[in-house]
Design a protein around this ligand. Structure first.
Ligand code: MN
Length: 714
């Protein structure tokens, strides 16, 4: 166990003005208070607060923080009281100890709600004084280091919590060393086989690469020296967990992950950083897309550094971080590094200027707005894991979103009803697309329409969980409404053919016989194809014979009789109706629908070969007619082009299509059977209607290299 004078010496090494008397008193008081208590390891309990204090001396923290670390478990675990701490050590230290006492229960978390509530307390306590957080993180780090003494079941829980909350929190505060150590210990507990596998591979790579590390180090140092730059160069192996995370994120195997070694170049000033970058890029090839300048635009946790990857002397990828020594301090120790520049009791003030700490304050402000504990936990986890963008409402309310968030996420963050009715937005006063990625400081105005509902495609665009689930919910409700609408029309058309009208009362009375709760449910089932319109008619006591629409096809009728047709409004993915993919279908051409149980209606052009398979199932046929398309709405049509195998032929085709404002969604090339000098192009076009399609097809036919153009019939 560390002696009293040893601890004092450690502090005095970086802080000659350290309050020696305070440290001595805290040491003695805590040792006496814990008395004969022991830890799971069998050691004296006092060894724990002492080690926590030692970790904080590595972070070069002030005497008050070290004293608070020594005392951090006294009020909760011993006879000591808050009043006594105030009497003996004064208000500043008592407040720190009090903060730590309040969050002490965080260590015995079971239920998610309790965990959230405790996290809330932790954040509130540390927002008052960031030193509470620093002691808490050191406390958790020491508990992680001694985790093997704890019972397996409890070990799992502590490791999980460390991985989810403390490690990201340390990272968010810029304390990378603490974060990495926590993650690696937790990783070994939570996923021992993967951790072992990565460690094994690392050992092999280490043996294989042998002296490469020192060789590259030397080459780097020499190149910089030649340009008169004195740099501290060091190579290091990445930590197993950070390698694992990278493999996950980039879907790579360990073998593909070439850059498991990283090099650091530490310099005296910013100019030298950029000079060094120049030297490195002059000497070795840079890997494209890997250069990042966090010196000119620091990360949200105050991290500053230049990153680049080059192809090194043995053709391997070499990742490099170039930064000044003071940037390096902050990179490794984060908020704790800011404490270096402060003096005495006002120690928290320098820290408060750091943007990591501002983030913390902001987080605390949002949690005071009274989210439910569970939501809060989810929210905080997300916040910890992602870099943030902070945006504003026109009234200046701050909305924090994960990086990559869109105005749609912003709208849902304000309120679900705002997200659901959102149709457009303005960013910083300018009209912008809803898919725009928001930037820090953006002021966002959401434009709403009560008639709107969120398109299903938004689900893939948004990044926040809140927006995703709300869109999914709205889409489900919307599709159900569409199905019910289709179902109602199907029933009405069926009855109209018999010159009957739908009697709402009789229908409602018949619904229980079909096993449905209410008429809307039954109609949605009909629209979805789970029930036929005829089933409802029968349940209402009506006998109706199905009409075979196949006759329409045989007559090759161009126009529907309209009377029995359903209007096709939206036919996009995720809607209750969809267009048959193999042929496509466009407004202006005769269409029919086929009902498939559980899937709804598929729209076919009347000439589609695929319709033959439904000949024996007249019940599934629905007569359809095109409704009015929305402005700019496009429909798919698949065409086949027989074309000469000559230079420029493909360009001619794509040019015609482009000139007419159509898009190519898919393009496949088939060798033409028997005829060597021609091939078939099959193209899925997007057009507004049949006229648009015909213009394009006719113009294609007129091209000299095109021998034939036709619709694909399935
Ligand atoms: Mn403790």
């Amino acid at each position: 166990m560390m002696r009293q004078y040893e601890l004092v010496e450690r502090v005095q090494r970086y802080d000659p003005q350290a309050d020696e008397d305070l440290l001595n008193r805290a040491y003695v008081y805590a040792m006496k208070a814990h008395g004969t208590q022991t830890r799971a390891s069998g050691e004296a309990y006092f060894s724990h607060p002492l080690e926590v204090a030692a970790i904080l001396t590595d972070m070069k923290l002030d005497s008050a923080t070290i004293a608070a670390a020594l005392l951090h478990d006294t009020v909760e675990d011993t006879e000591a009281t808050h009043g006594e701490i105030v009497d003996k050590f004064g208000f500043e230290i008592a407040a720190l100890v009090d903060g730590l006492t309040k969050i002490k229960k965080l260590d015995v978390v079971t239920k998610e709600a309790t965990q959230a509530e405790n996290l809330r307390k932790l954040l509130l306590a540390m927002a008052k004084d960031v030193r509470v957080l620093l002691v808490k993180l050191a406390d958790r780090l020491h508990n992680m280091r001694t985790l093997h003494h704890v019972k397996p079941e409890k070990r799992q829980r502590i490791a999980q919590e460390t991985m989810e909350i403390y490690a990201p929190l340390a990272g968010r505060m810029g304390m990378q060393l603490v974060r990495e150590e926590m993650e690696d210990i937790a990783f070994k507990v939570l996923d021992p086989s993967t951790a072992e596998f990565i460690n094994g591979r690392l050992e092999r790579l280490r043996a294989e690469s042998g002296s490469i590390l020192t060789e590259i180090e030397g080459a780097l140092r020499q190149a910089l020296e030649e340009h008169g730059i004195a740099a501290e160069v060091s190579g290091r192996e990445k930590k197993p967990y950070s390698i694992y995370r990278k493999m996950q994120r980039k879907h790579l195997s360990l073998d593909q992950l070439a850059d498991i070694f990283g090099f650091r170049v530490l310099l005296d000033n910013v100019d030298e950083c950029y000079l060094s970058l120049g030297v490195v890029h002059q000497k070795w090839f840079a890997v494209p897309g890997r250069f990042k300048d966090y010196i000119s635009s620091p990360k949200a946790n105050d991290y500053r550094s230049i990153h680049t990857t080059v192809i090194g002397p043995h053709s391997q990828r070499v990742e490099m971080q170039i930064r000044t020594k003071s940037m390096h301090e902050i990179a490794e120790r984060g908020v704790a590094a800011h404490a270096l520049y402060k003096e005495g009791a006002g120690s928290a003030s320098a820290v408060e200027d750091s943007s990591a700490y501002k983030w913390l304050r902001h987080l605390v402000e949002t949690l005071q707005e009274g989210e439910s504990p569970k939501e809060f936990l989810e929210h905080t986890r997300l916040e910890l894991f992602h870099d943030q963008v902070f945006c504003f409402t026109p009234k200046g309310k701050l909305i924090a979103l994960p990086r990559g968030a869109t105005p749609i996420d912003f709208a849902y963050a304000l309120h679900t009803s705002i997200g659901d009715s959102c149709v457009g937005c303005k960013i910083n006063g300018r009209t912008a697309a809803l898919v725009t990625k928001l930037e820090n400081g953006d002021e966002v105005v959401i434009i709403r329409s009560d008639a709107a509902s969120p398109p299903p495609a938004w689900e893939a665009i948004v990044v926040t969980g809140k927006a995703k689930s709300a869109i999914r919910r709205a889409t489900r409700a919307d599709i159900r409404k569409q199905y019910a609408h289709i179902g109602r029309e199907l029933v009405e058309k069926l009855l109209a053919r018999q010159k009957l009208e739908l009697n709402e009362k009789e229908a409602v009375a018949a619904v229980p016989r079909l096993g449905h709760k209410n008429l809307d449910d039954a109609l949605a089932a009909i629209g979805r194809g789970d029930l036929s319109a005829n089933d409802l008619a029968k349940a209402m006591g009506l006998e109706i014979e199905a009409k075979n629409l196949r006759g329409l096809r045989k007559r090759n009728s161009k126009e529907s009789d309209g009377k029995f047709s359903l209007p096709v409004r939206g036919a996009a993915a995720g809607m209750a109706m969809k267009i048959h993919a193999a042929t496509g279908a466009v407004p202006g051409e005769r269409i029919v629908g086929i009902v498939t149980p559980g899937e709804g209606i598929t729209i076919y052009p009347i000439y589609a070969d695929a319709l033959e398979q439904f000949d024996q199932e007249p019940d599934r046929w629905v007569d359809l007619a095109w409704g009015v398309a929305e402005e700019g709405q496009r429909f798919p049509a698949r065409i086949a082009i027989n074309i000469a195998n000559e230079v420029g032929a493909l360009a001619q085709v794509t040019q015609v299509i482009g000139e007419h404002g159509s898009n190519i969604d898919e393009l496949t090339l088939h060798a033409h059977h028997g005829v060597r000098d021609f091939y078939d192009l099959v193209i899925l076009l997007e057009v507004t209607d049949i006229r648009h399609l015909n213009v394009i097809m006719n113009e294609l036919k007129a091209k000299p290299l095109v021998s034939d153009v036709s619709r694909v019939t399935g």
